[in-house]
Design a protein around this ligand. Structure first.
Ligand code: FMN
Length: 212
């Protein structure tokens, strides 16, 4: 059984004067948040930008690869955000945890995993319940004439077998952002702190303190 480290514990172990320690703290907390739904950063906001307009939405952080500085979420292949990502592969992520007064922003180019090895690996770990999102006949954002969940009866009442969910794989997509920029902001009554990090191929390239 994995013992999760709480964000508060991680923060207490981090020196606020140690730039590389702060960077490691950011990745450790994102890593923990990927597998612990009780950590606020499990539900970050992602933003796409197309034609001069930013579009933001909440997602569930599904994975974080500290070595590659990559973060992942799941989505529907037919969703509007996927069209945005095809148009502009740069994706921004916003993580915030009020309990530890910490905001982390990161961004980088994005890889769309659809029907590939990584998508298969993630799909095999998804459960009966969550596969429902990928089985809807109408694509997300379709205009409908009355309020509805978009789920067919059989989906709404979970009357489908795990075998029947397999066709949802056609719509299942894993989105990976390869971080090349990250900013940490810490709110404190004695004065805030801020730092910026950049990466190249998953390797830390620059680390700088910033005026908050
Ligand atoms: C708590 C929460 C978690 C969500 N998680 C996801 C997610 O992991 N993937 C996803 O595609 N949408 C997720 N959504 C829905 C998105 O925020 C968004 O409204 C929807 O995907 C439509 O976005 P789009 O039209 O830009 O594609 C979540 C919403 C909430 C409130």
């Amino acid at each position: 059984m994995k013992i999760y480290m709480q964000p508060e514990t991680m923060l207490n172990m981090t020196s606020m004067d140690d730039l590389t320690g702060i960077e490691a703290f950011c990745w450790q907390i994102i890593f923990e948040a990927a597998s612990n739904r009780k950590i606020a950063m499990h539900q970050p906001v992602i933003a796409t930008a197309v034609e001069g307009r930013a579009h933001m939405r909440t997602v569930v952080l599904r994975r974080a690869d500290i070595d590659r500085k990559a973060v992942y979420f799941h989505t529907e292949y037919r969703s509007l955000k996927l069209q945005d990502i095809i148009e502009n592969s740069q994706l921004s992520w916003l993580f915030y945890d009020q309990n530890i007064s910490t905001q982390i922003r990161l961004s980088g180019p994005t890889v769309i995993h659809h029907k590939d090895e990584l998508a298969t690996e993630h799909w095999e770990k998804t459960g009966h319940h969550s596969r429902r999102s990928y089985l809807q006949s109408l694509p997300p954002s379709t205009i409908i004439d009355k309020p509805a969940t978009g789920l067919d009866n059989q989906l709404a009442t979970f009357e489908y077998t795990i075998e029947e969910t397999e066709k949802g794989f056609d719509h299942f997509t894993v989105i990976e952002t390869q971080t090349n920029w990250m900013e940490w902001f810490f709110v404190h009554h004695e004065g805030n702190r801020r730092a910026r990090f950049t990466y190249e191929n998953g390797q830390l390239k620059t680390a700088e303190w910033l005026i908050p």
